[in-house]
Ligand binder design. Structure first.
Ligand SMILES: Nc1ncnc2c1ncn2[C@@H]1O[C@H](COP(=O)(O)OP(=O)(O)OP(=O)(O)O)[C@@H](O)[C@H]1O
Length: 243
């Protein structure tokens, strides 16, 4: 097997049916090793269903799903255990030596080294999401699955979290699938943005802009308009209205 196949994603003809509803109807998707892909689509279009299939959390679909063994998921809710200290949450389920040191190193990467001994309930929403990111990072995933990880954060915290993810991705270069409703977020972070509609990847947008990206860049603005059109949002709408 080539390194590309080992560390990337290859999905062919993925179908997933719930009752009489076909949510995924032949999804083909490739993510190269180290590539950052954003997945957009209307509510209920099947984004989370696809992400769950890649995470290995739903084996009931049909079709081919080849994903790397090393995967980590970050959800919209942090899913930290309130009765375990922050560092312990980060390495939850891991075995081996130096767990505390590994947790601290991951927490340092998200700027929370000082909170290693804190209880999750004493953290803000943004801090909790950063701990969730540290919990993913400590597993050194080849594939990082992000299911609207910033969806519940206020606008400022969200911008900071996006910048943090951009930095962490540049440093570690996992393949990433980011599910988001936020067109600007997709265009700030991703190499490609995919539109899920009708149970398939209906459109694909290559984001060839240099990083770090600027919201004011005319090419960024043009791409944003294209994506909003693809999503069926009126061209006059601002990105904010799509959230
Ligand atoms: N376990 C399940 N049982 C039955 N129906 C399900 C199940 N999981 C998802 N669905 C249905 O599949 C469809 C797609 O859901 P999914 O959560 O993947 O959409 P989504 O694009 O992520 O939506 P949103 O943007 O609102 O989060 C929805 O109609 C949902 O009700």
């Amino acid at each position: 097997m080539t390194a590309a196949l080992r560390n990337g994603v290859r999905v062919r003809g993925l179908r997933r049916v719930f009752g009489d509803r076909t949510v995924l109807d032949g999804v083909d998707l490739d993510i190269a090793p180290g590539e950052f892909v954003a997945l957009l689509g209307a509510s209920g279009s099947g984004k989370s269903t696809l992400l769950r299939a890649l995470a290995g959390l739903d084996g009931s679909g049909s079709g081919e799903v080849d994903v790397p063994g090393g995967r980590a998921v970050v959800y919209q809710e942090h899913r930290l255990l309130p009765w375990s200290r922050v560092w312990s949450n980060v390495v939850l389920g891991l075995r081996g030596r130096d767990l505390r040191e590994r947790a601290e190193a991951a927490l340092a990467e998200v700027g929370l080294a000082a909170r290693a001994d804190a209880w999750p309930l004493t953290l803000s929403g943004g801090e909790s999401q950063r701990v969730a990111l540290a919990r993913a990072l400590v597993r050194t995933p080849d594939l990082l699955l992000l299911d609207e990880p910033f969806g519940a954060l206020d606008a400022l915290t969200r911008l900071n979290a996006q910048a943090l993810v951009a930095d962490l991705w540049a440093e570690h270069r996992p393949a990433v699938l980011l599910v988001t409703h936020d067109v600007e977020e997709a265009l700030l972070l991703a190499d490609r943005a995919l539109l899920l509609a009708g149970g398939r990847i209906a459109r694909e947008y290559t984001v060839g802009l240099p990083r770090p990206r600027s919201l004011d860049d005319p090419e960024f603005i043009a791409l944003r308009r294209d994506l909003l059109d693809g999503l069926g949002v009126r061209a006059v709408a601002t990105a904010k209205e799509t959230r």
